[in-house]
Design a protein around this ligand. Structure first.
Ligand code: DHB
Ligand code: FE
Length: 295
């Protein structure tokens, strides 16, 4: 008996999207085209709800503050309250964890040379809750447990693309060695191009975003060597959030080390279940992708 990763899901996490959902504004002309792009994913998700989501996101100096900045942190709690980011917590369900799989992931990742910070108490901000709202709508309870993996992309220096892909691979190994029969999805969140501050505030780069999505699907290794300065120059200071997508992508079967020498690797590339791109949403270009493992 072992667990498996069935799909990876990628989405931006703009706070204003949460506000639009929470305040019933989704049919407004500004928002309707954005939410229409997530309808196919919501239907797909209803039929493919996993047993657990490993959700890679960044805390926006909400819980960790700038006094303590783990590069990679894993939530190990049974329960994650919704953070108050200044306007009160979003009116969404608290997040239920999976402490047993979290403990296994922490053990496996740390023994596999990734020095994860273990977080036993964690209030989750828009980085985690907005993706849940986009894919699940407004349920009374989230349909499955979530294990947060928080990545520092707020305070220089962020982790490299290579390190993120390697962490994804290690998550893949950890899930495969979990002694229960769980269907696990790994989500990568944040991005796409955006800059919230300084003279270039409002920067959007659709050409960069399209090329990133193409490479993420078909040639993620090419992204491993992209330096953080390229993200910041091309995709804006907050565009660096995109490195988190490489963690989710690294967890898929075609990225496993043994797959690299397997001539069938191209055939094992994941299926693109849904791809969507929309500008604008607040200050951000919204990108969204679902990649399913080939059966
Ligand atoms: C916005 C985007 C983000 O990624 C974020 O963390 C905060 C705000 C925005 O576009 O408004
Ligand atoms: Fe963000």
């Amino acid at each position: 008996m072992s667990s498996r990763i069935s799909a990876s899901v990628y989405t931006s996490h703009v706070p204003a999207i949460g506000v639009a959902i929470d305040q019933g504004l989704v049919a407004e002309p500004y928002w309707a085209p954005l939410f229409a792009g997530y309808e196919p994913s919501k239907s797909w998700m209803a039929d493919h709800t996993p047993d657990v989501i490993v959700l890679v996101y960044n805390d926006h100096a909400t819980t960790f503050s700038l006094e303590l900045i783990p590069t990679f942190a894993i939530g190990t709690a049974a329960h994650y309250p919704v953070a108050d980011e200044g306007w009160g917590p979003r009116p969404v369900p608290d997040v239920v964890g999976h402490p047993h799989l979290s403990a296994h992931l922490a053990q496996s990742l740390i023994q596999d040379d990734f020095d994860m910070t273990i977080v036993n108490a964690l209030a989750v901000d828009h980085g985690l809750t907005v993706p849940l709202s986009l894919l699940f709508g407004q349920p009374d309870a989230w349909p499955c447990p979530v294990i947060p993996i928080a990545v520092n992309v707020v305070q220089y220096p962020p982790p490299s693309g290579r390190r993120c892909i390697e962490l994804g691979k290690a998550i893949g190994r950890a899930v495969a060695s979990y002694d229960d029969d769980l269907d696990v999805q790994v989500w990568g969140t944040g991005g796409m191009s955006h800059q919230l501050q300084g003279p270039r505030a409002g920067l959007i780069n659709p050409a960069f975003d399209a090329a990133f999505l193409d490479a993420l699907i078909a040639d993620p290794e090419a992204l491993a060597t992209k330096p953080h300065i390229d993200y910041i120059r091309e995709a804006g200071s907050e565009g660096i959030e995109l490195v988190m997508w490489l963690i989710a992508r690294g967890a898929m079967a075609d990225m496993a080390d043994h797959a690299a020498t397997d001539p069938a690797v191209d055939a094992a590339r994941p299926t693109v279940t849904h791809r969507f791109y929309h500008v604008p949403a607040s200050n951000t270009a919204v990108g969204h992708l679902i990649l399913e493992e080939s059966p």
